[in-house]
Design a binder for this molecule. Structure first.
Ligand SMILES: [Zn+2]
Length: 214
């Protein structure tokens, strides 16, 4: 676990109610972000459109003869769209990180192993991975400016399989099960929101531990 201490321009905010002050975030592919408050933020449509367009441009490029004029032309088109997507992404990530920092004093995020992930060859996946690491950076300095906490929870923390109600582990839970009921306490869970709640809980536990020893 790491508590980000980037640019501590402002002294850290005093927290009276940890439960209310914090939000946990689960990052995904279908949804960009799911919060412990039950909010699901989708990747914006214009981005998906651009990604489809990019895939088709790359296919066209792959058919051109290397070194030819048409190859150079197609390559330029791909680069131009890449830049557009990067900018659209950044706008989106700034907006979401700003909203989270405005609404919370503590933000808990899964610490994703981005280095390992960007090697993934699938385009959509690749773009998501890059976004996540940029998102973390944006959150990190926005929190730093305002004396808020960004807490990174180890990504091997079993956030999806643990019941957010009673803590029982559902070892049988498969990836395709989006909604499940805890066999121990009976509580029904949306898989992603439950994961976000567990991330929040773990982050708050770690923060309180840290504050107690500081
Ligand atoms: Zn339970």
């Amino acid at each position: 676990m790491k508590i980000e201490q980037v640019l501590p321009i402002q002294p850290k905010i005093e927290i009276s109610n940890f439960e209310e002050a914090a939000t946990g975030c689960d990052l995904g592919i279908t949804h960009f972000l799911i919060t412990s408050d039950g909010e699901k933020i989708e990747n914006p449509r214009y981005l998906n459109r651009s990604l489809k367009h990019l895939a088709s441009l790359q296919k066209q490029l792959s058919k051109k003869k290397k070194g030819s004029k048409n190859f150079a032309k197609a390559k330029r088109k791909v680069a131009k769209l890449h830049l557009k997507i990067t900018n659209q992404r950044k706008d989106f990530l700034h907006k979401i990180s700003r909203q989270l920092v405005n609404e919370n004093q503590v933000i808990v995020l899964e610490d994703l192993n981005v280095k390992g992930m960007v090697k993934n060859k699938k385009l959509a996946r690749h773009i998501s991975d890059v976004s996540w690491s940029t998102f973390k950076t944006f959150l990190s300095y926005k929190c730093g400016w305002e004396g808020k906490y960004l807490i990174l929870v180890d990504r091997f923390f079993p956030s999806s399989k643990q019941c957010g109600g009673c803590g029982e582990k559902n070892v049988m839970l498969t990836l395709s099960e989006r909604i499940w009921a805890c066999s121990s306490c009976g509580q029904e869970h949306d898989r992603d929101i439950n994961a976000a709640k567990n991330i929040k809980k773990e982050g708050l536990r770690l923060l309180q531990e840290e504050l107690a020893t500081a």
